[in-house]
Design a protein around this ligand. Structure first.
Ligand code: MN
Length: 350
């Protein structure tokens, strides 16, 4: 099973590469446990523009390390700011600005990051770390880190973080459970994606038993927004165009959201990730595209397919990447030419 690229829509997903890493064996888990037990101070880093899995896994592990008496600092590369939908996650007092992380950490643990570039400005710390433990579930993981808790079959990094916490002998408390549950729910699309296995539900049951509150997680992650977001969404849907003949006759639906569109409603870029979930419902289109202008004037192009068209290569050809059904790329200017290129690539793909 391949993992799906989920969340972190602001960031450019990495292309899938063949030869996915093998899951960690007991020796590897033991090595990670030994490194952590021996450390007085542990630094944690997750990918830039963190999603529920990246941040939830990091906060849960950070809390477990504090229970063990470790000095913990955690961060992610700029832009340093917790996305609006994740501000409800408990335990954010361990977060520090990336510049305040140790310059050469003795032990650094990287979470949910397929390669060092995903750590943004913290990539240098990972390179200088005395020991680097990588906890990740991307099939495209580039193979960095001296100790690798990387399992492409894991539905979320939270699955691996929970196993590490268990192997460290730390009982799950309510805040750890809430963070891990948020990660699991995020990366399974609220238990809807094909990565939702019996083991995923078994883990969810353990997290609920430990105090996770699924109704609160669902409401915070998916079911609330300021009124301005509804106005921006309404505009994006009103501008949507359906091209039935695109993608070899399978159909393309697309829309755009400029910086001005959302600033008129007081809506930040980090609020826009749900727009494509509305567009992708279109029966007449295999592929859905949302072009979003970032605060620096570049455009992020998010793409989704229903599995009939492989988007990973299409988006890689435009400088981004991702997975079959979920991919994207950053574009330096207005998206007209990006859409032209996409149409041509989609036709070639079908
Ligand atoms: Mn993840």
């Amino acid at each position: 099973m391949r993992v799906r690229e989920t969340g972190g829509h602001d960031a450019v997903p990495r292309p899938f590469r063949a030869g996915a890493p093998a899951p960690p064996d007991d020796l590897e888990w033991d090595r990670a446990v030994r490194l952590i037990r021996a450390a007085g101070e542990v630094s944690l880093a997750c990918h830039v523009v963190p999603d529920g899995d990246a941040l939830g896994s990091m906060l849960a592990l950070g809390r477990a390390l504090r229970v063990l008496g470790k000095h913990v600092t955690a961060s992610f590369g700029e832009p340093f700011g917790v996305p609006a939908s994740l501000r409800f996650l408990p335990g954010q007092d361990i977060l520090v600005e990336p510049g305040r992380m140790p310059a050469a950490p003795r032990l650094l643990i990287a979470l949910d990051s397929a390669d060092p570039a995903r750590l943004g400005s913290l990539a240098g710390r990972a390179a200088r770390a005395g020991d680097l433990v990588v906890i990740d579930h991307h099939a495209s993981n580039a193979g960095f880190g001296g100790t690798r808790l990387v399992d492409p079959d894991a539905a979320a990094t939270a699955v691996l973080a929970e196993e590490l916490i268990r192997r460290l002998g730390v009982p799950l408390d309510r805040d750890m459970a809430q963070n891990l549950y948020a990660g699991l729910a995020s990366d399974t699309g609220s238990f809807k994606y094909p990565s939702t296995t019996p083991a995923v539900h078994a883990l969810a049951a353990r997290l609920l038993a430990a105090g996770a509150r699924p109704a609160a997680v669902a409401r915070e992650l998916w079911d609330r927004a300021p009124f301005g977001y509804l106005r921006v969404l309404a505009g994006a849907l009103a501008r949507a165009r359906l091209e039935r003949d695109a993608a070899g006759g399978r159909g393309l639906v697309w829309t755009t959201i400029t910086r001005a569109d959302r600033l008129a409603e007081g809506v930040g870029y980090d609020r826009l990730e749900g727009v494509i979930d509305q567009l992708r419902r279109t029966d007449e289109a295999e592929v859905a595209i949302v072009c979003k202008e970032t605060d620096d004037g570049r455009w992020y192009v998010s793409a989704r397919s229903k599995g009939g068209v492989d988007l990973s290569g299409v988006c890689a050809a435009l400088g981004g990447g991702g997975h079959r059904e979920m991919a994207g790329f950053l574009w330096p200017g207005p998206p007209g030419r990006a859409l032209d290129r996409l149409r041509a690539l989609l036709t070639a793909e079908t």
